[in-house]
Design a protein around this ligand. Sequence first.
Ligand SMILES: *Cc1c(COP(=O)(O)O)cnc(C)c1O
Length: 416
Amino acid sequence: MSQKSGSQHSNAQPLGAATRLIHAGVPPLRDGTGPVNVPVVRTSTVRFADTATHADVHHRRATGERVAGYGRHGLDTHQALEDAVTELEGGHRAFLAPSGLAAISLTLLALLAPGDHALVADNVYAPVRRVDDGLLKRIGITLEYFSPGHDELAALIRPNTKLVYLESPSSLLFEVIDLPALAAIAAARGITVVADNTWSGGWFYKPLSLGANVVVQAATKYIAGHSDLMQGIVVVDSPALAAKLTSAYESLGLTIGADDAYLSLRGIRTLPVRLAQHQRHATLVAKALQKHAQVARVFYPALPEDPGHALWQRDFSGASGLVSFELKEGDVSVANAFIDALQHFGIGASWGGYESLALIAPPERLAAYRTWNSAQPVVRLHIGLEDPQDLIADVQQALAKAAAVWAAQKQSLLPA
Ligand SMILES: *Cc1c(COP(=O)(O)O)cnc(C)c1O
């Protein structure tokens, strides 16, 4: 779209990804003028000029056209965000959900029916298991977990397998998955591949171009980017999948508020620049952690020593702000002493904002990963946009305090 006229861009040179993202969903000028940003259109009722228009809109909706007949369908602000995230993920159509988890549940409910079987990577965002083991099992859908690092997907596929669900890099340890290889196995059998792309914010990783059919994201994280809203997106790659998602979306009565759609649009315009900075800072912190005597391993795929580094280099264009590390010595209480000693990191979940956060990687969640075989505690950091030298100094002083706690514990365990 041309910024000036709102008409189609006609230059021969293809536009860069940031240019397209910055201008996606920007409203066309009316009578030669208009705001930069789409207005926040809050409404329950959509009004029609006459009954024929009313009937026409409902008919067009029934044939799959994206036109609002009611507030729940979302008007200008919602459609602008749908356009922006469709552009971001390189898909066909987007759906906006009230949280990342709602986007995941919506997708699974839309694409699976009683009697179906689905294969879920064992290292996905843990609350997905609650959807799987509760809601889906109850309606006769069978879920089975596979270890994406082990070469076992093909062997686990059954005649009724309809869906493969994965997240790359995985939650907590950021294991990079060979999506093209897994997607090829699924595609040969007509199985839909769903990828959670929250880690990259959709900017550093394009699962739909690597064989996934559906992308879900917690827009709560990097798209919103300011820790001030909950939101999920689903982007599908085909009209057939869009029809299935539309049906489930409308049946569940899902929608989001126009103000939240606006905030995500505001966030998405700076996604590339924020993520570049998260990457720069996280790489510095990860390298400082690698050098530290108390750190056994650092999990960050941009590090050459990370086991997923080669795949990451092949399939990703960058790394985000999440860094985990394993303590060489000490138990969970020592890891908690480290977290409590941090001064510039908040303690909490829902990373993706501008601020740094720290949290223990719950051992029971790591135990569900077949690739994980250590008893040592893991701490997950979200590296924010603060000055990296302050974050590094903070991590180092907190590791020193944790070391003192561990030394005192060892001392007290010695026989008197
Ligand atoms: C946070 C998160 C979700 C869930 O998003 P909410 O908006 O918190 O419901 C889903 N997947 C991943 C990978 C996440 O980190």
